[in-house]
Design a protein around this ligand. Structure first.
Ligand code: COI
Length: 360
């Protein structure tokens, strides 16, 4: 398939955000976007990069009613050497295809979309911020576009990619966040769509998120939906606990997002010779270990959040402090190492990082 590229004239470029230290997350967008359409007779076609514009959708468009969609989040980093680096981006595209299958949507050719994604990032590279911890966030989104309001899979789809500069996801930056364990709401149940990256999971999280924030906590820690006992994940990240020098995280039970940063941390921890286990972990055990001092660290992992230390865990009316509310040594070491890899500062023994401005 051909990729058509239509660029804005330089005189039409929009101004960059004036202060990189105030980027926040998800507010700024670049000049161009990628789009391609799917129809049953032509498959994926009409792939193009063009100036960013609003989408025109019929009010009956299926995604707006039934949420048949899947998305991804990944980042491009500007290295100290001015190079542009991508981290495990093909894994994100593979996960988008996996989510698409779960949502009964057509998959796409990863090589083709990977190449279009790189062209978009290179075209809009002036939007890649340079301050430490900032990056160009890349958001592919695959949506059902039939104008039809009966419930069935759509026949037509749109895949588009937008990008924009971001700083830290949380207002706390790399400082410890506080999490609120929801004992009432649940995010996903086995057999549902919890392992797919799709809007419905995030819609399901909003009521608990509001409850957490009203009580002064940053994020929700979800427990399993059957027993309300085993820790699963946190709003926008997977979650890990350091108990007796062992890093513990939930196994991928089917209701948890298979995080790419999660998998990277598991691999890195084992590479460093740390004890890393995937096992069911009850909230009762977390609370007990927080009380008797065996829980020495807790941190979240995610593309947007990177490594996000957790300083406080609130459960059933009681707040437990972790690592004295500070960033623990394993969280700090992982954060520095992952950022070092992502910005091309340190050698990558895993084959995860690609410098795209040299790739041609
Ligand atoms: C990411 O970590 O990239 C995510 O997709 C989280 C997002 C929902 C803000």
């Amino acid at each position: 398939m051909e990729l058509q590229i239509t660029c804005l004239d330089q005189s039409e470029w929009r101004p960059l955000p004036s202060d990189e230290s105030k980027l926040g997350f998800g507010r700024h967008f670049s000049d161009h976007m990628f789009l391609m359409e799917y129809t049953p007779d032509r498959g994926w076609h009409n792939a193009r990069i063009e100036p960013r514009h609003p989408l025109s959708l019929d009010p009956a468009t299926m995604v707006l009613h039934y949420g048949q969609e899947a998305f991804e989040g990944l980042k491009a980093y500007r290295g100290q050497d001015r190079g542009i680096y991508l981290f495990r981006y093909r894994d994100n595209l593979q996960r988008l295809n996996n989510s698409a299958e779960r949502l009964v949507m057509p998959t796409f050719d990863i090589d083709f979309v990977a190449s279009a994604l790189k062209k978009l990032v290179l075209l809009d590279q002036r939007w890649i911020p340079t301050s430490p911890g900032s990056a160009l966030y890349i958001r592919p989104n695959l949506i059902a576009t039939d104008p039809f309001i009966g419930v069935r899979p759509s026949r037509n789809y749109l895949l588009y990619i937008i990008v924009g500069p971001v700083g830290a996801y949380y207002p706390e930056g790399f400082n410890p966040v506080s999490i609120y364990v929801s004992d009432h709401y649940v995010r996903a149940v086995k057999g549902g769509i919890g392992a797919a990256k799709t809007g419905g999971n995030y819609a399901a999280s909003l009521a608990a998120q509001r409850e957490a924030q009203q009580q002064g906590f940053t994020q929700v820690l979800w427990l399993d939906a059957i027993e309300h006992r085993y820790v699963e994940e946190v709003g926008t990240m997977n979650i890990m606990f350091v108990i007796d020098d062992e890093i513990v995280t939930s196994p991928l039970t089917g209701s948890i997002l298979p995080g790419i940063t999660r998998e990277a941390v598991i691999t890195i921890a084992r590479h460093w010779g740390l004890k890393m286990v995937e096992r069911m972990l009850g909230i009762d055990e977390v609370v007990e270990c927080a009380t008797n001092g065996r829980l020495t660290e807790c941190f979240g992992t995610g593309t947007a959040a990177i490594i996000s230390p957790v300083g406080r865990i609130h459960y059933m009316g009681k707040t437990h402090t972790v690592a004295d509310g500070q960033t623990g040594p394993i969280s700090k070491r992982l954060y520095d190492y992952i950022l070092g890899l992502q910005y091309g500062r340190i050698e990558d023994p895993f084959g995860w990082v690609e410098r795209i401005d040299l790739a041609g």
